[in-house]
Every structure is written in C-alpha cells, then in structure tokens.
Design a protein around this ligand. Structure first.
Ligand code: ADP
Length: 288
C-alpha cells in the first residue's frame, strides 16, 4: 500500500555566528549551510528509506528544485508537491560557538497548499492506504476527512502541538504519535487521559526512555536502545516514518515499534536531519 503524506517542507539555513546577535546588532556569520527540513519532509524521507511507497503532498516556492531532487533522490514520490508564487518554507537558524541557537521560522508555501493539490493526490489513493499529517501545514482536517471517506487509515503526529488541530484530528485518527510533552498538552487541552481518547493506537515517545503503546486494552512500554546521543533533532520524525512504514507493510505493532526505535536510536548518534536519516539496511545492521 502507499502512504500519502501531507507534509511541511522547509529549507533550514544555518549560520555559524560568534554569538547570538542582540537587537539592532549586525553580525557577520562565519559559515552557512542549508539542509532539507520540516517535519513532513523528514517523515517522507524516513518512510522512503524504511522501504515504504510514500507520496508527498505539499508546496514549495518556484526556485527550490534542489528540494524536489533531494526528496526524489531519497525515493519519495514528489508529483503532488505544488510550485507556488510564495517563498519556500524556511528556518533561519543562527548557532553560536557554545551551541546556543535562535530560530526564525517562515511557513511560506506550507501555509498555502491548495486544496486542489490534496484532492488531486488523494484521487489516486486506494482503500487501505495510509494518510499522514502533522501540524506544520494547513488543510489537515479537510484532507483527513477526504482520506477517511476514501477508506484510508489516518496517522497523525500532533506536533508542534495545537489544541485546535488536535481537537479536529483526533476523532478521525487511527494511529496517533506524540512525544511526552505533546501528550501532556493534549491531556490538558482535551481534559481526557491518553488512554480515554477515541483512537485505536496511540504511541507516546519518551526520548531515551523509549515509548508507550496505548490501546483500550492498556499500556505497553518499550525500552529505547542504549546509545550515546549527539543530536536528537529528527528522532521523532524518523520514529514516525519507520513506525508507519512497518505497519504499512503489514508488520505487527511490536515489530514496527522495535524497528522505529532502532532507527531513531541510530539517528540520535548522527549530526543533522533529513540527510542522515538511516536506511533500512543500516537500521537492521545497527548493534548499539
Ligand atoms: P521527539 O523528537 O518528537 O521529541 P522523542 O525525543 O520522544 O521524540 O524521541 C522519539 C524516539 O526516538 C524515542 O521513542 C526513542 O525510541 C528514540 N530516542 C530519542 N532519544 C533517544 C536516546 N537518547 N536514546 C535512544 N533512543 C532515543
């Protein structure tokens, strides 16, 4: 089956600076690097590297061919990424010598995804495919409604947390993935415990402590692999991509979680985001 990912796409532009600039200060950066980022793009790369057939639904500006090349190079179907007369979503990140950072995020085209792009993509979807969304785009609710009508299963990563988006998405969600902070925010916003949500399978990730699988039958805890983390960016996105890829190819939840935790543990031993998301062979061979 295929995974249809309504996902954010960002260009992360990282400047190395001697210190974080103060208000009114002009400061020369010593280095600039740019990366493909955005939770949606990260999840698509993780899904593809895990071996899933992933179709990205999203939008970028006119002059971002390198992003499409990067995604298709990873094995992502990019036919449903619209080119719009807006800036590509981007993050301006300054990092000082001590590793402290400041980030300005501009959603750009992610906030302008046309409903026709979603409709055109999902018109090719088949019953039993998965639809995936997170909160860095628009149209999650409309798209999930359409996906449900078409007989797709809905996976939702409630990140970054938004009470409004969660309220709309949770009733349509078959698989909910969120980290411990987002789980607490959802319980606070909904006035319901995670176990009482109307979602068949909820996965709460807990960083180095692993994750919990919450169903109507109860909660099962899975220990994380023991590694020396150097950079935890993208751990959650890698986990979600591998989890869904596993379920999509018919693995049991236990098997899918085991592989997702293995992929995410390997990911935290690497610097970087989408560029360094491991592929399935690396994940299977990983012995921490
Ligand atoms: P997020 O990146 O969304 O905040 P988490 O920090 O909960 O998500 O991490 C997601 C998953 O990545 C965890 O469930 C775990 O499997 C793995 N992981 C994250 N940090 C570590 C770590 N320090 N050691 C081993 N595994 C980790």
């Amino acid at each position: 089956m295929a995974v249809w990912n309504l996902g954010s796409i960002n260009e992360d532009i990282v400047y190395s600076v001697p210190h974080i600039p103060a208000a009114g200060e002009t400061l020369a950066a010593t280095q600039m690097r740019h990366y493909l980022g955005g939770k949606g793009a990260n999840m698509s790369v993780a899904l593809a590297r895990a071996g899933a057939e992933v179709r990205h639904i999203g939008a970028i500006g006119q002059s971002s061919d390198w992003i499409v090349d990067r995604l298709s190079g990873a094995g992502v179907d990019t036919r449903h990424i619209a080119r719009l007369p807006f800036a590509t979503g981007h993050a301006i990140i300054v990092v000082d010598d001590a590793g402290e950072n400041a980030i300005t995020l501009f959603p750009g085209a992610n906030a302008e995804i046309p409903v026709e792009t979603v409709q055109g993509a999902l018109s090719e979807a088949k019953t039993g495919d998965w639809f995936l969304a997170q909160n860095e785009t628009v149209l999650q609710e409309e798209s999930a409604t359409l996906a449900k009508d078409l007989g797709l299963r809905v996976a939702y990563a409630a990140a970054p947390f938004s009470a409004g988006a969660a309220r709309a998405m949770v009733p349509m969600t078959d698989l909910l993935v969120l980290n411990a902070v987002e789980a607490a925010q959802l319980e606070e916003a909904s006035g319901q415990g995670i176990a009482d949500l109307p979602v068949a399978d909820v996965i709460v990730t807990r960083g180095a402590e692993g994750c919990d699988w919450v169903t109507a039958e109860g909660t099962r805890h899975f220990e994380a692999l023991k590694v020396e983390p150097v950079d935890t960016t993208g751990a959650g996105d890698t986990f979600t991509g591998y989890l869904l890829a596993g379920l999509d190819r018919g693995a049991s939840m236990e098997e899918a979680i085991e592989l997702a935790q293995r992929a995410a543990a390997l990911m935290v031993t690497r610097h970087g985001t989408s560029d360094v998301i491991p592929d399935i062979a690396e994940v299977q061979a990983f012995r921490p």
